[in-house]
Design a protein around this ligand. Structure first.
Ligand code: FE
Length: 206
């Protein structure tokens, strides 16, 4: 099996003025594409070929010989997930079940917001901030480099890419401003709600 670069779920200029078409063009068309190409090259002829992306991540995660496969596979997964976590006219307060649960589990939306922003701005160097469902509970985490909840038995619900390539053209060193804009204007809460429903139905089926 070879993996392919998924299209962005919206035009490259759809998130302007918050994320420029130039940033999305490089981020999706160069960075994400390079992870896909490298992964396909590394998997050719490997014992991990012909598996799903999630299985490649899980199989490769603890094997130092497969570190490059893990990094590229996880980055392919993380980026596809990240594009879906954003939408034009997104952000703000969620409604629905995710809204209720955030209200309860983080002592209100402001509690969620400040914890998520702290995870995103506090991640030293490259990485990702996440809202996950972990054994039935909402949790905020940050991961380093390519590391992903998929490798940790958690269900990802929301992510913010905090590698510099995600924001440097638009915000330079101001990661906190990018994270603030992400929460205020970009989060696709409808997608997050769908991830929560999927995570719960998988947990029930397991
Ligand atoms: Fe990225």
């Amino acid at each position: 099996m070879t993996f392919s670069l998924p299209d962005l779920p919206y035009p490259a200029n759809a998130l302007e003025p918050y994320i420029s078409a130039e940033t999305l063009g490089y981020h999706h068309g160069k960075h994400h594409a390079a992870y896909v190409d490298k992964l396909n090259g590394l998997l050719a002829g490997s014992a991990l070929a012909d598996q799903t992306l999630e299985d490649v991540i899980i199989e490769a995660k603890d094997d130092p010989e497969h570190a490059a496969i893990f990094n590229n596979a996880a980055q392919v997964w993380n980026h596809t997930f990240y594009w879906n976590c954003m939408t034009p006219n997104g952000g703000g307060r969620p409604t629905g079940e995710i809204g209720d649960r955030i209200q309860k589990e983080f002592h209100g939306f402001e509690g969620f917001r400040s914890q998520f922003a702290a995870a995103a701005t506090g991640q030293f160097g490259s990485g990702w901030a996440w809202l996950v469902l972990d054994r039935g509970q909402l949790k905020i985490t940050a991961t380093s480099n390519a590391w992903t909840p998929v490798a940790q038995g958690q269900h990802a619900l929301l992510t913010c890419d905090v590698w510099e390539h995600a924001y440097y053209l638009d915000y330079q060193n101001r990661r906190a401003d990018y994270v603030e804009i992400f929460l205020e204007n970009l989060v696709n809460w409808q997608f997050v709600e769908q991830q929560l429903a999927t995570a719960q139905s998988r947990a029930t089926a397991a």
